[in-house]
Design a protein around this ligand. Structure first.
Ligand code: AGP
Length: 612
């Protein structure tokens, strides 16, 4: 969703950093962008609806230069997608602000500021921040740090803000509450951003702000910083290890394509923790063994694709570790009456680590008395792992495509590792079983590579699919969540309506949808439920439906003009859901290519969903 950048250089122009940083934040999803730069005459601003490139072209045409500036990509929440609603917002020509998050009490704040004589040009909640800081700035003798500190006391909600003042050409103030913000340090230059990918081409030295922090910056770095109690504070400076290559396309046409193809490596990097360190509780944190021995059940909270990885994991956790596992959509869990159980481990799963619904669900669980939490996350230092007792990071590398791919399969690797770890601790996994699980995990990157090699057959399917208005996805048991994931991927990037059902549920309603124009994708590996799935497929065939079946060797299906088969080269076993995910990912990708949709930035969606 929204993204923030800002920077101060001692002598040179900051505009190249602002526009480069905003382009690197494009993947998060946005609909307008803007920058504001300090110039001797005024704070000069350029804003445009649409791509950052439009805004950059306009800034170049205007000859915008200056050594202090802020920038923003906006994903509309309060107010439509218009230029006046785009950030930065300026109050009285004096104060310019960019903001991520939502000021929940903006209506009452707006009324208060209007009574004080402030006029509003936009429909955004952010404009109250600009006017409020300007008001405090005037009341506090032009002290920008103090003005932000005073104004922040009026804001209820979540924010990360960066603020500059026209009569202060060398300084910027930033503040964070509930939304990520970092300060990055170069030589004679200081940057701020909401996401590390914006700064990594310029410097790797980074400090992450904590909730409640307010900092005053100049080109030398942080001049002063206070925490939420008002005490002076320093935050550790870390060296980011994110590779620049992971943020760029390389030889690929789309990030989604690149990320699908990166899966063998992402899986092997993520599995390394178990293959080198064994299925040991220590992989999840210092006191994980004590916690794992004390728990009697698990609840997993997540959204979207991460929720489907949770649904898959439930099968492993209950069959391998024999521990009762509930899975809930985070945004539902946090608004119902729950019966808290302090012996239940709360697991949150999130690629970004900053999904607001998941974060709030974790806070809600903690407030209900849940003392144990584990975060499975792909982004170091993000909000969810920081708020959790235990953490194990997926090592997928940066995922830029809005449609999550390698994050999902690596989440499954970690969740499988957790199931085996708990199974060992609880006495359900003996030495022989453990060796078998290790062998399967070792083989997994190869199996995924073989699944990728099936791409030409999937391209042929995609040409049939792309013209269809809707599709059904079926699976049973542990492959049902993979059907759900397949349907979500197709919806997200092709806009084809798709639904997933457990195959046995077909006859209870959705079978009415099946006719010769309804493609039905079936995940049908050679497992204990195969005969049941075959019977469900007969129900489709008998109604003229066209079947597209992902299966394994030796499943004794026969293909005809209404039954299309793609087989993995061997029967996979317990990790089969991971391998069969690749097929549905590639199917969506090639359908999107055939339809000409924007694969990496599908309409209406954002990569990091930081609003409710
Ligand atoms: C996946 O393709 C989606 N873009 C979306 O469902 C995503 O998985 C969801 O928003 C959760 O994100 P998270 O993993 O970053 O928490």
């Amino acid at each position: 969703m929204c993204g923030i950048v800002g920077g101060i250089r001692r002598h040179s122009n900051i505009v190249d950093f602002l526009t480069d940083g905003l382009k690197r934040l494009e993947y998060r999803g946005y609909d307008s962008s803007g920058i504001a730069v300090h110039t001797p005459d005024k704070i000069a601003r350029v804003r445009r609806v649409g791509r950052v490139q439009n805004m950059q072209d306009a800034a170049t045409a205007k000859g915008l230069t200056g050594s202090l500036g802020i920038g923003h990509t906006r994903w509309a929440t309060h107010g439509g997608v218009t230029e006046p609603n785009a950030h930065p917002h300026i109050s009285g020509g004096l104060i310019a602000v960019v903001h991520n998050g939502i000021i929940e009490n903006f209506e009452s704040e707006k009324a208060r500021l209007q009574n004080l004589g402030y006029e509003f040009e936009s429909q955004t909640d952010t404009e109250v921040i600009a006017h409020s800081i300007k008001h405090e700035y005037m009341n506090n003798g032009g002290d920008l740090f103090l003005a932000v500190k005073q104004a922040a006391q009026n804001f209820h909600g979540a924010y990360a803000i960066a603020v500059i003042a026209h009569d202060n050409p060398n300084e910027m103030v930033v503040a964070r509450m509930g939304c990520p913000l970092l300060v990055a340090f170069g030589d004679d230059e200081t940057f701020i951003a909401s996401d590390v990918s914006a700064v990594i081409a310029f410097t790797r030295k980074i400090s992450y702000l904590e909730d409640g922090d307010i900092a005053l910056l100049n080109a030398d770095g942080i001049i002063k910083m206070i925490d939420k109690t008002g005490q002076a504070v320093n935050r550790a400076v870390k060296t980011s290890s994110i590779s620049l290559a992971s943020l760029e396309l390389g030889g690929y046409n789309h990030f989604m394509q690149k990320e699908i193809y990166e899966q063998p490596k992402a899986i092997s990097d993520t599995a390394e923790v178990f293959l080198d360190g064994g299925f040991d509780a220590i992989n999840f944190g210092e006191n994980a063994e004590t916690i794992f021995k004390d728990i009697d059940s698990i609840k997993i909270l997540a959204c979207g694709t991460s929720y489907y990885s949770a649904l898959t994991a439930k099968y492993w956790l209950e069959s391998i570790a024999k521990i009762r596992t509930d899975v809930e959509i985070a945004s539902e869990y946090r608004y119902r009456d729950v019966i808290a159980n302090p012996k239940e481990l709360i697991i949150t799963i999130s690629q970004s680590g900053e999904t607001l619904d998941t974060m709030e669900a974790l806070k809600f669980a903690q407030n209900q008395g849940h003392k144990y939490s584990l975060s499975i996350c792909n982004v170091m230092e993000s909000a969810l792992p920081r708020a959790s007792t235990l953490v194990l990071y997926t090592r997928a590398g940066a995922e830029i495509g809005v449609a999550s791919t390698k994050a999902f399969t690596t989440q499954l690797v970690v969740l499988f590792g957790l199931a085996v770890t708990l199974g060992k601790l609880r006495g359900f996994v003996d030495e022989a079983m453990e060796q078998d699980f290790i062998a399967q995990l070792r083989h997994l990157p190869n199996d995924v590579q073989h699944a990728l090699n099936l791409e030409p057959q999937i391209v042929a399917w995609a040409s049939k699919f792309a013209a269809k208005p809707s599709a059904l996805f079926l699976g049973r048991g542990i492959h049902y969540p993979i059907a759900l994931e397949g349907a979500l991927k197709l919806k997200e990037i092709t806009y084809i309506h798709a639904e997933a059902y457990p195959a046995g549920e077909l006859k209870h309603g959705p079978l009415a949808l099946v006719d010769d124009n309804m493609p039905v994708v079936v995940i049908a590996p050679n497992d204990a439920l195969l005969d049941k799935v075959k019977a469900n497929m007969q129900e489709v065939s008998a109604r003229g439906g066209e079947l597209f079946v992902f299966t394994d060797l030796d499943t004794e299906f026969s293909a005809d003009d209404k039954v299309h088969l793609i087989r993995t080269p061997r029967h996979i076993g317990v990790l089969s859901p991971i391998v069969h995910t690749v097929g549905v990912q590639l199917l969506s990708y090639h359908c999107a290519l055939a339809k000409g949709t924007d694969v990496d930035k599908p309409r209406n969606l954002a990569k990091s969903v930081t609003v409710e």
